[in-house]
Every structure is written in C-alpha cells, then in structure tokens.
Design a protein around this ligand. Structure first.
Ligand code: PGA
Length: 249
C-alpha cells in the first residue's frame, strides 16, 4: 500500500483577529512544532490573516491555506477572493466545499468542482470536503450521498498528494460527537473507491477525517486504516490543542 503522509489541518472558520493570530503564533512557537517526515501541518485562517500568518507559520514548519475561493480569475465579484489571490497571499492549500458553505451559501458539487480546478490552476492544493447530514445517515443514504459528492465535486486528473478529500459528516461538526472509528473506516474506504479512475495514482491521494477531532480522540482516529489526517475546527484555535492532535500522528 502507498505510504501517504498525514496532513493535520486547522480550519479556523470565521474566527481570529490579528491579535488572536499573534497569541496563537506566540504559543505555537513555544511548542516548537518539529518537521517530521510523514507529517504535514496546516492552518487555514480567515483570508484577512493569510498573508500575515504565512511567514511566521513557515518558520514553525506549518503551511497556510484559505477556506474558500471563487472559481474565476478576477472581475466584478464583490466580496469574493480568487484562488490566485489566495496563492499570492502565501497559501499552499484552500478548503473547498465545506458543508457550512454548501448549506449556508448553496454551494453545489458543480461549483465545488470548478473551485477545485481554479485552485489547481494557481498551484494550490484543494481540500475538497464531502459528508452526509444526520437525516441522510438515518435514512441509510450516507454512502450514496458521499459517493455522489466525490464523483461530482472532485475533478479528474489531480495527481499525487495534491488530491485531498476531507470526509466531514455534517452531524459531527462542532457537536463534540465524532463519527465512530468503524464508520470512519467504512466511509474512507468508500471514498477511496469512489476516487478510483479519477487520477492515475489515487492511492497517493489523502483522505482526511473532520468532525469533532480533539486531543483526546485524535490518536484513535488517526490510527484508523485509510485515515490520512484530520481537518480540525474548534480545537485548532488553541495552539496547544492543535499540537496535541498533531503529535498524535
Ligand atoms: P470541528 O469542525 O472540529 O469544530 O467539529 C471541523 C470542520 O468543520 O472542519
């Protein structure tokens, strides 16, 4: 089986002022995140902080990413930010299709697909999020929903570790109720299967789990076969929690 690195990614969502970013960076620098083979660290702050945090984070062996991008290059799209601008601000990654954007901004699989393509054109790695709602799981449709999201959201031809999908069951996000290890294992297998045919080396692509990952459950989740890292919301806002999860790799 391909040996894939583990990607530990923080999603700050709409949290973080410049002062809070400084507090986080000061705390992180005391923890001295070390460069470890097989582990990559990433923080995705709000767009206002990407440029400011990119340099200091790089000095701490942590990469920086955006949380969303517009599929276009530039133009009359008030309030939007292009993939090229996010790259220009110093990012290496961008999250696309997070369930909060799908639910609150009506983002479709087709839109997520073109956002991921825009990211690749600007040399950003898109973290393409998928995941079922509680109703879909209770109705027994979790796998078919996620399969369809993967099929329609993930563009063909993304190679190697630039192919990153995050499985985030909607009901596990921000609830303190992570999916069971068994459900995570099953769905990661389903996603890898759904990815086959989309790239020549799907075995190299990363599938992250997200949804209430915390320091106390990270080791168990990261040890599940097929889990190549974590997308962390709430627990990524505190440097100590973020590094506790990273050190569980
Ligand atoms: P959470 O969020 O870790 O706070 O559940 C995860 C996410 O939405 O990416």
């Amino acid at each position: 089986m391909a040996k894939r690195p583990k990607l530990i990614a923080g999603n700050w969502k709409m949290n973080g002022t410049r002062a809070e970013a400084k507090t986080f960076l000061d705390a992180l620098s005391k923890l001295k995140p070390e460069m470890r083979p097989g582990r990559q660290l990433l923080i995705c702050p709000p767009a206002t902080l990407i440029a400011e945090m990119a340099g200091p984070l790089a000095g701490l062996n942590v990469q920086v990413g955006g949380q969303n991008c517009h599929p276009g290059v530039n133009g009359a799209f008030t309030g939007d930010i292009s993939a090229g601008m996010i790259r220009d601000a110093g990012a290496d990654y961008v999250i696309v299709g997070h369930s909060e954007r799908r639910a609150m901004h009506g983002e479709t699989d087709q839109l997520v697909h073109v956002k991921a393509l825009a990211a690749r054109r600007h040399d950003l790695i898109p973290i393409i999020c998928v995941g079922e709602t509680l109703a879909e799981r209770e109705d027994g449709h979790a796998q078919s929903v996620v399969r369809k999201q993967v099929r329609d959201s993930v563009p063909d031809g993304i190679e190697g570790i630039a192919l990153v999908v995050a499985y985030e069951p909607v009901w596990a996000i921000g609830t303190g109720r992570a999916a069971t290890l068994e459900d995570i294992a099953t769905m990661h297998h389903v996603i890898r299967e759904a990815l086959s045919g989309k790239s020549d080396d799907v075995e190299c692509g990363l599938i992250l789990y997200g949804g209430s990952v915390k320091p106390d459950n990270a080791a168990g989740i990261l040890a599940v076969e097929g889990v190549d890292g974590a997308l962390i919301g709430g627990a990524s806002l505190a440097a100590a929690d973020f590094m506790a999860i990273a050190d569980a790799v």
